[in-house]
Design a protein around this ligand. Structure first.
Ligand code: AMP
Ligand code: ZN
Length: 193
């Protein structure tokens, strides 16, 4: 029979509620992915949401306040779904953000139509930023969760104009797979897909 557990590498299995008890206040992980394991494979079952935390998150969310016009921003463009404005702490001048107007903490929970609208606007803003700054390069960056550097818990896309001599992302610490590791990883990712 299949058993429910949270995939977390080595270590004893613990129940979902034990590891991620629903709570109020500044609870960071408002959604938890549940996996199901049987004798042969691990597969995705569902994402659990914590609506009581989400409500607080929206009420406190700086990008929701910007989208709602409560806080000003250096607006580049908006439509009914998405908004773009200059980042207040740019990596380089012209660094812009694209956000969905509807709150979503990370890209994982985003409405696909909002996601599509964001990507389309990213392309337009990228062109404008490159033209306006004359920068020779641009990164599209999207951080999810603290471990990946996300500080504002409202999904957003960074459009970062890049200069030849700037100090951002200058190293790409690529690793390699040992024999068999790539295939194992592929199997896991496909099973979770
Ligand atoms: P991240 O680390 O991916 O969550 O990035 C959040 C970004 O939001 C940072 O680059 C901040 O400089 C930017 N930011 C935070 N507050 C504001 C604001 N009020 N207006 C414009 N950009 C902001
Ligand atoms: Zn928000």
């Amino acid at each position: 029979m299949a058993s429910l557990f949270l995939q977390n590498g080595a270590g004893p299995e613990r129940s979902l509620e034990d590891r991620y008890p629903p709570c109020t206040g500044n609870f960071r992980a408002r959604s938890v992915i549940r996996f199901c394991r049987d004798s042969t494979r691990t597969r995705f079952v569902e994402t659990l949401h914590y609506p009581q935390d989400e409500e607080k998150e929206v009420a406190d969310c700086i990008f929701c306040k910007i989208a709602g016009g409560e806080i000003p921003c250096a607006k580049i463009h908006e439509n009914e779904r998405v908004l773009s404005f200059l980042d207040i702490g740019p990596i380089n001048p012209g660094h812009a953000l694209v956000i969905p107007k509807k709150h979503s903490a990370t890209i994982l929970e985003m409405d696909p139509a909002d996601l599509e609208a964001c990507i389309v606007l990213c392309q337009k803003v990228a062109r404008a930023v490159l033209k306006a700054t004359g920068a020779p390069g641009l990164n599209l960056l999207q951080n999810n969760f603290r471990a990946a550097g996300q500080l504002v818990d409202h999904a957003h896309f960074h459009l970062i104009p890049r200069l030849e001599q700037d100090d951002f992302l200058r190293s790409w610490p690529a690793k390699s797979y040992s024999p068999g590791q790539l295939d194992q990883m592929l199997e896991k990712v496909r099973a979770a897909f």
